[in-house]
Design a binder for this molecule. Structure first.
Ligand SMILES: [Zn+2]
Ligand SMILES: [Zn+2]
Length: 572
């Protein structure tokens, strides 16, 4: 277990940091990484501040897409899910996404939690059943929900629309909406057959949910407006069950052979993953403190297409359990990341997969570029040229160069010890004031969940450090007065130290290199940022250059080469 309470701030309470769970039929791309990364940065920030935080997630494994894919490959769904779960775990490690618990929806803790939860929700009167007419394949002897059926979209007439959605026009569909539909397993035309299904009575919670949304000042304006208009239009019961085998058996009386709809069970993983962490760490009842204790907070980093799931459906479920759950305190949604002006699409080869990205460049470069491109107000456009510009002119020239030139100067001119600096220097108060102000600005951006702005501000601190060195020119002053040059360099080291502390949530490897050099520590508490914490006389360890420059054309070529190797391997 990690050391808790690293920082020196008075703890505000318990936090659970959540992000959308990676679905195991998709090989995750940079858009997915943006969500994971946002949550990771926030969790690291809270930890550095000394908050009591759990960062949990897991692989979302059940449902028709996996069962269909497994049938096609003639392997059990669990085998397919496990393979992809392992791939995602490797990628999380490579990008330094530091979960306290990364689990999976096949975890026994999750399955039991979900069944108990829904049994309770049913007991509380929020579940009812109804007979519905659904497509059924007489050849395969099974109902055809979601991706088990394909046909023509009734709206745009795209021929390959699926039972849950049309990929061409994006509309959500019911299996019976499709024109000329067929079973995806055998291709035969289905018949219609009655089946009993269970539903979550969301409309019953309309007033409570409206009060929650209107009363939660943290929710961003767009999320609030969008959710309230949903409620005003009238909430509808949500389907809870499916006639498929790959999922969690529904706990309702008479629902034998049916499983819970994947969306409606995976979302409870936020709670069950916390519970699993608490069990593993020997405090099985502690999870309630993270989810039900007044003052505990759960916060969510998601894409904009998932807002109502986190402002209405998930809070609705928590309310229906009637166990005093704290509803989402913050739902930070982002717009889309485009790749060279287009939406990511694996089938069309648009975008970069996480596993390709890590082959091309170290995680720190991706963490930097994606955070500083985070689509907070509008869609962001990733291009190789923009990646090159950000890495070369911001990360390398500003941050890397500033820290390296300062610490190298200590090595070459002051025998590796921080020279004497004190208030007698005219720059002392000015630097102290700048550091305090800039550090406060970073905190303000974090409190508003503006991570892009926060990382820009850290770069700005390094930029002001470069400006300070260029104006004071200690390499010239040194020739007349070593003492005077020492004052400048001593102050400059303080700026580098604060940059090291503030980079911790964003660039964990870089920040730990800086902090090891100036303080012999891999991590430091957040509240030390903005102070002059590196005393005169401190021995500074030598530090290699932090970054290298990249070339956009070279990266593009290497990606093409990587893909041609992958393709030839597949053909073999
Ligand atoms: Zn369509
Ligand atoms: Zn069939």
């Amino acid at each position: 277990m990690r050391p808790r309470n690293l920082g020196d701030a008075a703890s505000l309470g318990k936090w659970v940091v959540c992000c959308g769970w990676p679905y195991v039929n998709v090989n995750p791309h940079l858009g997915t990484l943006t969500q994971l990364l946002s949550a990771d940065i926030y969790a690291r920030y809270l930890r550095a501040k000394g908050e009591d935080v759990l960062f949990v997630s897991g692989s979302d494994e059940h449902g028709a897409p996996i069962e269909v894919e497994a049938l096609k490959r003639k392997i059990p769904p669990r085998q397919l899910a496990s393979q992809n779960h392992q791939l995602i775990k490797r990628l999380l490690k490579a990008f330094k996404i530091d979960f306290d618990n990364y689990t999976r929806t096949e975890s026994p803790v999750h399955k039991k939690f979900v069944r108990d939860f829904y049994a309770r929700v049913e007991q509380n009167g929020y579940v009812h059943s109804q007979t519905v007419v659904l497509p059924y394949c007489e050849n395969d002897k099974r109902f055809l929900p979601d991706r088990f059926i394909e046909g023509e979209c009734p709206y745009c007439h795209y021929p390959g629309a699926r039972g849950d959605q049309c990929d061409n026009c994006g509309r959500l569909l019911e299996p019976t909406d499709l024109i000329n539909s067929h079973c995806v397993i055998c291709g035969q035309k289905p018949v219609l057959k009655e089946s009993r299904h269970w539903f979550f009575d969301l409309p019953k919670l309309s007033r409570k949910l409206a009060a929650y949304i209107e009363g939660n000042a943290n929710l961003p304006e767009n999320a609030r407006n969008f959710s309230m208009s949903w409620i005003r239009e009238g909430l509808k019961p949500r389907s809870l069950t499916r006639d498929i085998s790959w999922g969690i058996p529904a706990p309702f009386a008479g629902a034998e052979g049916k499983t819970l709809y994947v969306w409606m069970e995976a979302v409870l993983g936020y709670v069950s993953a916390t519970k699993e962490w608490c069990e593993k760490s020997g405090h099985p009842a502690l999870w309630k403190a993270y989810w039900q204790e007044p003052g505990s907070r759960n916060i969510h980093f998601i894409g904009k297409d998932n807002i109502t799931f986190h402002t209405i459906i998930f809070p609705g479920l928590l309310e229906a359990a009637e166990q005093g759950y704290q509803l989402p305190w913050q739902v930070s949604s982002t717009e889309y990341v485009l790749f060279e002006g287009q939406k990511f699409s694996k089938s069309r080869g648009i975008g970069i997969l996480m596993e390709e990205a890590i082959e091309l460049e170290d995680s720190e470069y991706w963490r930097y570029a994606l955070t500083s491109l985070r689509p907070e107000q509008k869609d962001a456009n990733f291009t190789w040229e923009e990646f090159e510009r950000k890495v070369n002119t911001e990360l390398n020239d500003v941050v890397g160069n500033y820290v390296h030139r300062t610490l190298s100067f200590v090595q070459t001119h002051f025998g590796g010890r921080v020279p004497t600096y004190d208030r007698s220097n005219e720059n002392y108060e000015k630097i102290a004031e700048t550091l305090r102000r800039e550090t406060d600005a970073v905190d303000t951006s974090f409190s508003q969940f503006r991570l892009r702005e926060a990382i820009d501000q850290v770069v700005n601190i390094a930029r002001s450090g470069n400006r300070f060195l260029n104006e004071t020119e200690p390499w010239k002053t040194y020739k007349q007065s070593q003492k005077e040059a020492g004052q400048i360099v001593g102050l400059s080291v303080q700026i580098a130290g604060t940059v090291g502390v503030l980079l911790q949530p964003f660039l964990p490897i870089t920040s730990s290199k800086i902090l090891k050099a100036v303080a012999k520590k891999k991590q430091l508490g957040w509240n030390i940022a903005g102070t002059f914490f590196i005393k005169s006389g401190t021995r500074i360890s030598p530090l290699d250059p932090l970054f290298h420059k990249v070339v956009s054309t070279g990266l593009r070529d290497r990606l093409t080469k990587l893909r041609s190797i992958e393709t030839s391997e597949v053909q073999v």
